[in-house]
Design a protein around this ligand. Sequence first.
Ligand SMILES: Cc1ncc(COP(=O)(O)O)c(C=O)c1O
Length: 332
Amino acid sequence: MREAIARAEVGDEQRREDPTVDALERRVAELVGQEEAVFLPTATMANQVALRVLSEPGDELLADLHSHLFINELGGPAVHSGLVMRPLCSTAGRFSAEQVREAVWDPADTHRPRTRLVSIENTNNSAGGRVWPLDEIAAVCEACREHDLRLHLDGARLLNASVASGVAPAEIGACFDTVTLCLSKGLGCPLGALVAGSAQRMRKARRLKHLFGGAMRQAGIVAAAGLYALDHHVDRLAEDHARARRLAEGWRAAGLPVDLEQVETNFVQLDVGALGLTKAKAIALLAEAGIGLSGTVHPGTLRAVTHLDVSDDDIDLALEIAPRALGVRAAA
Ligand SMILES: Cc1ncc(COP(=O)(O)O)c(C=O)c1O
């Protein structure tokens, strides 16, 4: 990837003169089943641009209670697009088409905001990297069409969802009006994300990119990393998923509270609350032993993530060290 970065042909991206950025945008648009894509520095910005493209101030956005959009973007939908943020309860990060239908306000009611937008997160971060089945996406999409709602995919980890489910990213992405794809997570790039949609919507997205301060110069330097990642780091996501599964099964066998059903991609959620530990205490104990886990929005729950810098040996080490660090011994 460093070599691809060094070799990148570049130009002024703001003037659309950077051939590497252009190539990445074309590649991602096709990959996610959309007409056009726009390169941005982060997935947060991609989400925010998408929402602004699809809505008017005062419109209402429906999304999972614990979605990244609602809990990790500092109220961005309200700040940048004037959206009313209405959380939906979810199971494994998923809500139903029926919930969407029930949530839509009567458009004739002049006392209610216009319900306009729905966002799905696939894989869902706070549910532990869970995958939306395609039929459930299609059902939500149908509910949106019935009520003239726009549908956004926070597909920061869309390729993890695709690899885990065996469904092509274009098939998933084509269900949506806009799609976010992140390059800096499992794909291993230093930074970068894209928002994709119709050519008309992406014209608006390019203006918003500038408005939000995301129009760059010789951005081909990082776009080259994205192209490299799409060539070399997609199929290997299956290795991350396999390592997460091995970690989860091993920890569980050692007596750590891991719900194996939750492990569908590259996250393992660990219920340290069940061990009588706070998240902060468990993170500190693990860090002391050399293992980096992070907290989640859920009480007593930590998250381990596998990615291209986590090897089989690292998993062996985590299997050996973590139970001891957390004071758990496997049943004989
Ligand atoms: C589902 C989801 N969307 C968006 C983002 C934002 O990504 P970034 O940090 O690149 O802005 C994240 C980050 O973890 C995420 O998990």
